[in-house]
Design a protein around this ligand. Structure first.
Ligand code: CA
Length: 224
């Protein structure tokens, strides 16, 4: 049974998360402070951490920094505000993922599963296929299977974002937030449109490769 540490000072949220995870056969432990999290991790073998950012004694970013000094355990931030999400994405602190409040238990469980799966996969020393993508960030160009793609700015941003985060599943909303600034009130279907057009362009280069996967009810991921 996988052990999940929930670091959250809001008891109602902690209980909601705990209930959702236990229902899906995870073992959960709860702590409400950063210090509590660090000492729990020192003394127990955990598989994944769900980490709130606003904690009473220190913030989640500081907690993650301390965790990363000794451990590569997957950490998913629980964020409440847009400016927190910007920070999570911008600081490259070594967080593996984030979920936003109010939490959808179904999405939460899916993301926990996805992150655990990634760890299992990456710890297998099997020969990893080389990525078919190559990004030139300076010129905002992406090469796929040896062919340079002709992309719009939005398509470039979207594809580059996914290439940097292979196999992670992102909801439409997360992609919108990550790629366009929040003042740009695009419809979530905008993402579908760009994905459709990207797929068509990739298919022209290599029709045998399913690159952008649709996860029903969850969003999209890129396989490499
Ligand atoms: Ca909090």
């Amino acid at each position: 049974m996988k052990q999940i540490l929930i670091v959250e000072d809001d008891i109602v949220i902690a209980e909601t998360i705990g209930y959702a995870l236990e229902k899906n056969s995870f073992a959960v432990a709860n702590v409400s402070t950063g210090e509590g999290a660090l000492s729990h991790l020192q003394n127990n073998k955990m598989d994944l951490v769900l980490l709130d950012i606003g904690l009473p004694d220190m913030n989640g970013f500081e907690v993650l920094k301390s965790i990363r000094q000794t451990s590569e355990i997957p950490v998913i931030f629980i964020t409440a505000r847009d400016d927190e999400i910007d920070k999570v994405l911008g600081l490259e602190l070594g967080a593996d993922d984030y979920v936003t409040k109010p939490l959808s238990p179904r999405e939460l469980v899916a993301r926990v599963n996805a992150n655990l799966k990634r760890v299992t996969q990456s710890s297998v020393p099997a020969s990893k296929p080389l990525s078919l993508f190559d990004i030139n960030e300076k010129y905002m160009q992406i090469t796929f299977d040896g062919t340079e793609l002709s992309l719009t700015k939005a398509e470039y941003n979207l594809l580059a974002y996914l290439i940097h985060r292979p196999k992670q599943v992102f909801s439409r909303d997360q992609l919108l937030t990550a790629i366009w600034n929040e003042s740009y009130l695009a419809d979530e279907r905008t993402i579908d449109t760009h994905i459709k057009s990207l797929r068509a362009k990739l298919k022209v280069v290599n029709s045998g490769q399913e690159t952008i996967k649709t996860h029903r009810g969850l969003g999209y991921s890129l396989s490499m």
